[in-house]
Ligand binder design. Sequence first.
Ligand SMILES: NC(=O)c1ccc[n+]([C@@H]2O[C@H](COP(=O)([O-])OP(=O)(O)OC[C@H]3O[C@@H](n4cnc5c(N)ncnc54)[C@H](OP(=O)(O)O)[C@@H]3O)[C@@H](O)[C@H]2O)c1
Length: 234
Amino acid sequence: MVSIKDAVVLVTGANGGLGQEFVEQALERGAAKVYATARTAREWNDDRVVSLRLDVTDADSIAAAAAAAGDTTVVINNAGIYTHGDTITGTSIERIREIFETNFFGAIQVNRAFAPILGANGGGAFLDVHSVLSWLGVAGGYSAAKAAFWSATNSFRVELAAQKTQVIGLHLGYTDTPMISMVTDEKNDPADIVRAGLDGLETGEHEVLADDRAVAVKAALSGSIADLYGLSAE
Ligand SMILES: NC(=O)c1ccc[n+]([C@@H]2O[C@H](COP(=O)([O-])OP(=O)(O)OC[C@H]3O[C@@H](n4cnc5c(N)ncnc54)[C@H](OP(=O)(O)O)[C@@H]3O)[C@@H](O)[C@H]2O)c1
């Protein structure tokens, strides 16, 4: 269980919809400092925010951010990419590799770089942003990469328990950010998702299912694949 009050929070992909919300809500909850990291650093009008360049696909950039942010106690592993309509059969293998470089390899490299820092600072926490699509293979390489990151989060949780680092996974469906501006379906308010994630962190959860869709899909995993995907029995 980790309190955001007085914590030093680092957010990846901080310029995005959920990322910006994580920065703002961490400040509202009394964070002592927030490292708002992004591929292109921007101005934040708050003395507690330190703008830092961090491209999760660039190992040197991750190492430099870790060197600059050695007082971090909470990492929000949020950066990600998505293209609507991707498939596992039709999308180019190069694009699928790009998705894995960001959403899987980039994400785990961030946690690997910051695990010793959190350990040295008393344990702290990682909050890994997953998706309902971690459990539903309908978005090609994105689903596969989010499933892989979910699995890695579970491994981090077990491996980092000895150093008292909390590792929490956040699962959500469509949420109103630039990532899915093309989607017209009903979307969550990013503020509600971030609040659920930070509440889970502060109450010691391992996993947060932030909306009804995430709850329903996770529950359906214990049923038949045919039911989950609406397939007719052969
Ligand atoms: N919105 C949804 O419906 C939804 C649903 C489930 C899960 N998610 C997950 O939620 C997280 C946040 O997404 P969002 O909805 O807030 O989308 P977003 O507005 O597109 O934000 C994504 C952020 O990730 C950053 N990013 C991309 N590649 C990066 C890299 N190589 N290094 C560092 N930062 C990088 C982007 O930075 P640039 O500004 O530099 O491009 C952007 O700020 C993602 O992990 C996403 O997969 C979103």
